[in-house]
Design a protein around this ligand. Structure first.
Ligand SMILES: *[C@@H]1O[C@H](CO)[C@@H](O)[C@H](O)[C@H]1NC(C)=O
Length: 345
């Protein structure tokens, strides 16, 4: 009887720990290759490697079909080319959500990312993001899905004006008119900001001041001391710069989800197979630990990308895959390993 009870207790403890630490790593599934596996094959590949989350960039109907019943949690993009349509009326946004979300009741939608890396200076697209965001959120609520699906937008880090030290992080002054209303909306609907984070580009743009080890999570100790926070890797520094910038723009309660991060294996300075393997491997093992500003809080992270995509330009953009198009893994990544759950019991 007592061994039965302790078994039961063990089971409860394990399920609690697995629930809290499993599934923080997703992978972005881009389609810009002419030699990629079919969507059902791709879903099987995610499942066979225990990749529990996926980001896609547009509502491709064959991909959504293949995802049905799969249990993979999805970040679905409203592509920039659809922003005009969904921003222009509530009916359009309801229609978009009906066709691409409601029509797929057995897909586990987690986020809708309204726009990707829209530049605040883009006079055509930038004014559309806030109305598109509010209309899509209204449509999600209209269809009764607002408790399941968070609505946000995906940004890059070029909006940052002050990036050192992380505690001083701030948006550029001329970005505030664009980003402040978006942040205000995210606060109101309790949604995260989706951020694409690339230590690779910081390093390759400034290898004199940024060491490769700092960019690859391999520094032996603290590289940047910022008050009581020590930074051993550039990824954490970039994320905390964004947290500081959010705080200064009224978004202290907004979480950050990493909607892309990756390192190319070829095609430009610093883009080697070994560097890429080191980056992805260390990124996956780092994600559960959080950043100095949010210690112990697992960072939900989507690796960019699933496959090498041969239709992309320039050359380095073809080399961000964590799998080859023939479905062989490029690196030996341990996505969402169960050990992470045991360790933190
Ligand atoms: C959707 O994805 C499939 C499979 O990758 C592709 O063949 C098709 O062209 C895509 N459809 C659209 C509209 O992009």
């Amino acid at each position: 009887m007592s061994s039965m009870a302790s078994l039961l207790l063990l089971f409860v403890l394990l399920s609690v720990s697995l629930r809290t630490t499993e599934s923080q790593i997703g992978v972005c599934y881009g389609l810009l290759g002419n030699n990629l596996p079919s969507p059902p094959e791709v879903i099987n590949l995610y499942n066979s490697h225990n990749i529990r989350r996926m980001r896609i960039y547009d509502p491709n109907q064959s991909v959504l079909q293949a995802l049905s019943g799969s249990n993979i949690e999805l970040m679905l993009g409203v592509p920039n080319s659809d922003l005009q349509y969904v921003a222009s009326s509530r009916d359009n946004a309801r229609d978009w959500v009906r066709r691409n979300v409601v029509n797929f009741p057995s897909v586990k939608f987690r986020y809708i990312a309204v726009g990707n890396e829209v530049k605040p200076t883009d006079g055509t697209l930038a004014p559309l993001v806030h109305p598109a965001l509010t209309n899509i959120h209204e449509a999600v609520a209209f269809h009764g899905l607002k408790d399941q699906i968070k609505v946000s937008t995906s940004v890059d880090t070029t909006m940052i004006g002050v990036d050192f030290p992380p505690s001083q992080g701030a948006f550029k002054g001329d970005v505030r008119a664009y980003i402040d209303p978006i942040i205000g909306f995210l606060v109101a609907i309790n949604a995260p900001l989706l951020v694409n984070v690339y230590p690779y580009f910081s390093y390759s743009g400034n290898p004199r001041d940024i060491s490769l080890a700092y960019a690859l999570f391999t520094s032996s100790g603290t590289v940047v001391q910022d008050g009581s926070n020590g930074y051993q890797n550039l990824f954490d520094a970039i994320v905390d710069v964004m947290y500081s910038a959010l705080e200064k723009a009224g978004g202290a309660t907004v979480e950050i989800v990493i909607s892309e991060t990756g390192w190319p294996s070829n095609g430009a300075f610093g883009a080697t197979f070994d560097n890429a393997r080191t980056y992805y491997t260390n990124m996956v093992s780092h994600a559960p630990h959080g950043t100095p500003k949010r210690p112990g809080r697992a960072i939900e992270t989507y690796l960019f990308a699933m496959f090498d995509e041969n239709n992309k330009e320039p050359e380095l953009e073809k080399n961000f895959g964590v799998f080859y198009p023939n479905q062989q893994p490029k690196y030996n990544l341990n996505f969402n390993s169960i050990q992470q759950g045991f360790e933190s019991v």
